[in-house]
Ligand binder design. Structure first.
Ligand code: SF4
Length: 391
């Protein structure tokens, strides 16, 4: 087994091009105190016209979202970008793996730009290709690899999606993970096992709550331990081999806050994302993707009371948009996605004004082989029966 180098660089400092984080973002940024930032962004966007298409992830800051041509989750935005082949530049206000997915799904002529290269995803970083290849070798040593189907969450780097593509696996989103797992378990007969990464919680919640597997059917592969911290027997007995990864935002929500909120307001409904822990998800009233959370609140009756377990920028926007409903955040402390928040107005202005001046900055480009293999895994998701991949 090879030893995996896993540098932990402070955000925005140092260089690790294989990482979702810790990448320098050079650039002569306007100061955040510049009172003309909004006017400058508007002017640059107008000057670029149809050449530029700005995508805004639901978890982005308001100051950035106001300039988005469309908003959505990562997969919706990548598909929105693919539906605009006339746009020369896709400015992706989101994180690195999302910009990679947009590059994979758009034409070779289109350039995808991430305003701050340090906007990575700590969850995606928890499954690095070398680590996944080590795990695959260990599964071969345990004599089970021929029964394993790898499934990666959309929130993973392009090379992880490519790994799934070339090893008979697929990508999934938080809204179609159940269909993806059903597909996977049908691939190799009754002995099939799924290696699911990077988010252990989405994998566990889906396998147990949607497909009826037991917690005992699930084991957790820790990439920092020899053989993942598991015995050969455990690997042979498992149905779900869950990668030890999690979202640093959704992993924070705790079951005791659910209890406290219910004690304070017995009518409150708890609405959470499936990246939350199993304990939180099993205590919630409703569980679903970001789009599901938005639609649920839109459809809710006036006067109803909700506690939402997802990223704070989105929860605040939902509360502002629905003053007729009581909407609170399912955590006692502030819980923004720190990497999403790296895309701020100065970075957006810098990226747009650079394009106006004829300079392409922070272009995210996935190589041809990785693109082709990742497309195989993405296409398997698009071909899934029943539910569509919309999130
Ligand atoms: S919210 Fe979680 S999964 Fe999404 S970008 Fe932030 S760390 Fe990654």
């Amino acid at each position: 087994m090879t030893t995996v180098d896993l540098p932990l660089l402070p955000l925005g400092r140092g260089t690790d091009p294989n990482s979702e984080r810790g990448v320098d973002c050079p650039g002569d940024l306007p100061p955040a105190s510049d009172p003309d930032l909004v006017a400058r962004a508007r002017a640059a966007k107008e000057a670029l016209g149809d050449k530029v298409f700005v995508l805004g992830h639901h978890y982005q800051r308001d100051e950035v979202i106001q300039f988005a041509d469309v908003t959505g989750d990562s997969f919706k935005l990548a598909r929105d970008a693919a539906a605009r082949p006339d746009a020369e530049y896709i400015v992706f206000c989101g994180v690195h793996f999302m910009a990679e997915s947009a590059d994979i799904l758009t034409t070779d002529e289109q350039k995808v730009i991430l305003p701050d290269l340090a906007a990575g995803c700590s969850m995606a970083d928890m499954a690095r290709l070398a680590q996944v290849e080590d795990a695959w070798d260990a599964l071969a040593d345990a004599g089970v690899v021929d029964s394993v189907v790898p499934i990666t969450y959309m929130n993973s780097s392009a090379d992880i999606k490519a790994f799934c593509g070339r090893n008979g696996g697929a990508v999934c989103t938080s809204s179609n993970a159940d269909v993806a797992l059903e597909w996977a378990f049908a691939q190799k007969g009754e002995d099939t096992k799924v290696l699911f990464f990077p988010d252990q919680h989405l994998g566990r919640n889906t396998a147990v709550l949607k497909l009826g597997y037991s917690l005992e059917d699930c084991v957790v592969w820790n990439p920092l331990l020899p053989n993942g911290g598991l015995t050969t027997q455990q690997l042979q007995d498992a149905k779900m081999i869950l990668w030890k990864g999690h979202c640093s935002v959704h992993g924070r929500f705790s079951a005791d806050v659910v209890d406290d909120l219910r004690a304070q307001d017995p009518s409150i409904q708890i609405l959470v994302h499936p990246e939350c822990t199993h304990e939180v998800v099993t205590k919630a009233d409703l569980v679903g993707s970001t789009e599901f959370i938005i639609k649920t609140i839109e459809a809710a009756e006036p006067g109803t009371s909700w506690a939402i377990g997802t990223e704070l920028n989105l929860v605040k926007r939902l509360a502002d948009a629905h003053p007729d409903k009581k909407i609170v955040f399912l955590d006692r402390t502030v819980c923004y996605c720190s990497t999403m928040n790296r895309i701020d107005l100065p970075h957006l202005v810098w990226a747009l004004e650079s394009l106006v001046a004829g300079t392409e900055v922070n272009v995210i480009s996935v190589d041809d082989t990785t693109t082709a293999e990742a497309q195989v895994a993405l296409q398997r998701m698009l071909d899934l029966p029943g539910k569509t991949a919309k999130d």
